[in-house]
Design a protein around this ligand. Sequence first.
Ligand code: SAM
Length: 246
Amino acid sequence: MPATPAWPPKSLPRLFVRTSLAEGARVELDAGQANYLGNVMRLGEGAELLTFDGHSGEWLARIADAGKKRMTLTVERRTREPEDVPDVWLAFAPVKRTQTDWLVEKATELGVAKLLPVMTRRTIAERVKLERLEAIAIEAAEQCGRTRLPEIVEPQPLARFLERRETGRSLYFADEGGGQPAASAFQSGPATILTGPEGGFTDEERAAIRAAPNTVPVSLGPRILRAETAALAALASYMTVAGDWR
Ligand code: SAM
């Protein structure tokens, strides 16, 4: 059974870095990270922190050199092997910026493997800034102890998403019109959860999704949830029934 991380967390800061980590490696931090450690966390030379690069687990590092705008770390030893999150993707219709930010942050904490913004007829958000969403996912991963980041892909229209999807991957369609109760719908195995925009899917979209192979319409209960609540409730239900909360 996986361990629940100790809470409150030990006080070592955790930082994602874009350099590949290994014992003895030296890592140059960017100005933002140096500012965070030096000016916000008030850490100087010799201080310890945890770092991860998204693929090699988590490492204990020490500040070797602290300048005003730059900082160098030395990597000492691996503290955790890379973890595998369940193979569950979240395809969601982007909503307003604040709610989309919240969705990305929380989905990262819940353990999503991949995030796919899907543009539907009633999607209001016109632009999705991937860099911003990636920065939010990094911060959430730093905070919650993940050692791998979720992949975030370019937005795509619903029709293309349906055309290109691998049919071996179950598509759990959060359908406010009704479906299998979440408690019995989710099965282990590669999965994508699909949730709609504030205004819901159009009838044509619902029909196209329901007709797609290996699709399971899922009900998230008797109340209509806000789009971002529905996405996270579906993901939490999946983790409980078929993911790594079992
Ligand atoms: N405008 C729609 C209506 O009033 O029927 C509501 C859309 S809801 C705010 C946004 C999305 O959340 C839906 O497209 C669906 O994917 C999901 N959703 C919300 N409540 C749900 C429920 N009870 N069961 C399944 N999906 C739900």
